[in-house]
Each structure stands twice: as C-alpha cells, then as structure tokens.
Design a protein around this ligand. Structure first.
Ligand code: FAD
Length: 334
C-alpha cells in the first residue's frame, strides 16, 4: 500500500489523513504550527478562550453532517443559535467547537501521526515518490513517501514549489494561481465583565466590503459557550480595513482603531487585555471548481484545502475527504 505525506494539519489535511488511515495507509502529517488545526484557531486569554480564525460552521453535505452529529454526541461541538438575531442571514444551523474551534482538530487528530513545528521547506521528486525537507531552527529532517498531499493555501503551495525548484505543469500552475484569499485582521479582547452584545453574541456588521465600519464581525465567546469563566470578544476587521493595514509594521496600534468603533458593545474601560492576529489568507474568495487538483507529476501529487470546491470549513472537510478517496483509487497505479 502506498505511503502518504500530507503537508498541513488543518481540517483538510486531518480529514484526508483520517480517511487514508481508515483505509490502512501509513500517513504522516507535517505542520509548521506549534499546534494543529490551522485556521481552526483558538487562543487562551486570561481564564477564557477566543476563536480568532473560523467562528462557526455549517454542515449541509451528508458526509459533514454525519461527522458533526458524531462530534455533537461526543460533546466536541454544539449549535450556536445565530438565527435568533438574524433569521435571514442564518437559515440553517451553525455549529462551534465546544472548547473553541480548535477542539474539532484535536478530536480528528486522535490516533494520527502528526508532526508539529515541522515547516516543509523543500519538496523533491524521489525515485518512487517524494522527499520532503523540514526545517525548524537548526533541526532539519527528511521524510519520504509514495504520495504527497498539499493542503496549505494555494499561494503558499506555489511559493513552496517555487522555492523547491519544482516545475509544475503550466495548467496546474495556472489553476493554483487563480485561487485567491481575503486577508483578515482578528482582535481578541479580554473583558472584566459582560459585553453589551445582544444575544446570541454573534454580530455581522458589514458584508465585508462595506467601508462604513472597520469591524465586520463581533463574537462574545462567553455567550457562544466556549469561554464560560471569562468574557472574551473576537473582532474581525472588514475586508477593506484588513487589506489596507495588513502590512502595517505596528499591528498593536491597529487595535484602538477597531475597538473605538464598537464601544457601544464593548465599553473601553471593560478591556483588560488585547491581542491581534494577522491572517494573510482567511477565506478563499476565488476557488478551484473541484475539491482538489491532481497535478501532472512523476508520482501522485494532490493539492487541496479550502481553496478547492465549496470553501470554508465544510469545503475544507470535503476537499480532504475527496483526496482520501482519490488516493484509494490510485492504489494499483503506485
Ligand atoms: C479570520 C477567519 C475567519 C473565518 N471564518 C470562518 C467561518 O466563520 N466559517 C467557516 O466555515 N470558515 C471560516 N474561515 C475559513 C476556515 O477557517 C477555513 O476554510 C478552513 O479552516 C481551512 O482549512 P484548511 O485545512 O484548508 O487550511 P488551514 O487550516 O490553513 O491548514 C493548513 C495548514 O498548513 C500548515 N502549513 C502551511 N505552510 C506549511 C509548511 N510549509 N509546512 C508545514 N505546514 C504548513 C499551516 O500551519 C496550517 O495548519 C475563516 C478563516 C479565517 C482565517
């Protein structure tokens, strides 16, 4: 049975690894992060938690619905009733990780071989597959496998291929270049009391491109049910604000520009701690039409993630699942 390496232990990579492990393959996931989950990101703030990447997800496909039900029964996710405040905006159920969105990644990673703090810096063709070089500080490691799945955002995948001197076929390169992501600046606030956000604690302020407010989204993580002992609030800057300030050298200086706009929800004197995170790649706004790309190469090489297919959390899951099933179909050819 072919061995598999997966670059990226976000939802897409974890889902592919689960599917391939279930089929009996030997799978290793490599991720540059200190933890797993990628944009399923939850941070500790005082005695509380704040999700600063994905805020919630929907599960409309039968496959993701089944996993969501399994995770709900295991206490890993719960429903967030956003339709209470915006029935038109939230027509179907929205779900969240019960201890933050990262708990979904932790649940899925159980039993998998995940190597963290492993930045893949080079991809090289090997006789029967691929050899990857990972670098962390002074530590260089080599991994080899028959099949390679790349689940990092497409611009990062292209940069990695480029840095490796790996020439992709023109059509594959063009397909990856056509995928685009919006940036997002995320602020996490620890409060000394409740916020003034109305129930259920999640509020879209703009459609993302509207310039009238620099804050597009607010979430009270206590009301959301992921931070019971401490109120924390997540703010996402609008697309326009994030784009304009993405490369500002002093990111901390952006926090007051954002909080000043929402003092009616978050009184300035209630903020006791604040952090900002820059997402250069948040949501995939231009995506490849199919759930993954099978590249023309001497050995199986698949590109996937939320830039392929439906996008968002559910699209990342479906991409990972589709890649897992495709590798099963490759068995006889490797
Ligand atoms: C601010 C924000 C808000 C969002 N809101 C929502 C939402 O409310 N609902 C929703 O459905 N979706 C939302 N999304 C999108 C959602 O988070 C993503 O679609 C999904 O999590 C992507 O999963 P993925 O596995 O494709 O990619 P990722 O989660 O990005 O995983 C890729 C992994 O690759 C790793 N990596 C990158 N380069 C390397 C390398 N060279 N070597 C090793 N590892 C590497 C990264 O560390 C990362 O863990 C949001 C995203 C952001 C950032």
């Amino acid at each position: 049975m072919p061995t598999i390496l997966i670059i990226g232990a976000g939802l897409s990579g974890l889902t592919a690894a689960r599917e391939l492990t279930r089929q009996g393959h030997t799978v290793t996931l490599l991720d540059k992060g200190r933890g797993i989950g990628g944009r399923l990101a939850t941070r500790r703030l005082g005695n509380g938690r704040a999700d600063h990447g994905a805020q919630y997800f929907s599960a409309q496909s039968p496959e993701f619905h089944a996993l969501t039900q399994e995770m709900s029964q295991a206490g890993v996710v719960h429903e967030w009733h956003l339709e209470q405040s915006d029935p038109a905006g939230f027509r179907h159920p929205r779900w969240v990780g019960s201890e933050g969105m990262n708990s979904i990644a932790k649940y899925l990673a159980q039993g998998l071989d995940v190597q963290t703090e492993c930045t893949v810096t080079r991809i090289a063709p090997a006789k029967t597959g691929w050899t990857l070089t990972t670098t962390e500080q002074d530590n260089t490691r080599i991994f080899s496998a028959d099949v390679l799945l790349i689940t990092v955002p497409a611009p990062q995948a292209l940069a990695l291929c480029d840095a490796s001197g790996l020439a992709l076929a023109e059509a594959d390169k063009a397909a990856l270049e056509a995928i685009h992501y919006a940036p997002c600046l995320a602020v996490m606030l620890q409060l000394n009391g409740p916020s003034q956000l109305p129930e259920p604690g999640g509020l879209k302020q703009t459609d993302g491109d509207d310039q009238h407010s620099p804050v597009a989204w607010l979430a009270d993580n206590a009301q959301k049910g992921i931070s019971p002992n401490q109120t924390t609030v997540t703010l996402h800057a609008s697309h326009a604000f994030s784009q304009a300030h993405l490369d500002d050298p002093d990111q901390q200086a952006l926090i007051p520009l954002l909080t000043a706009d929402v003092t009616h929800y978050i009184p300035a004197d209630s903020i006791v701690d604040r952090q900002i995170h820059r997402w250069r790649y948040s949501n995939a706004i231009k995506r490849h039409p199919t759930p993954f790309l099978s590249a023309q190469a001497h050995a199986p090489l698949l590109f996937g993630g939320d830039g392929f297919g439906n996008g968002n959390v559910e699209g990342a899951f479906l991409s990972g699942l589709a890649m897992g099933k495709r590798v099963q179909g490759l068995k006889s050819k490797v």
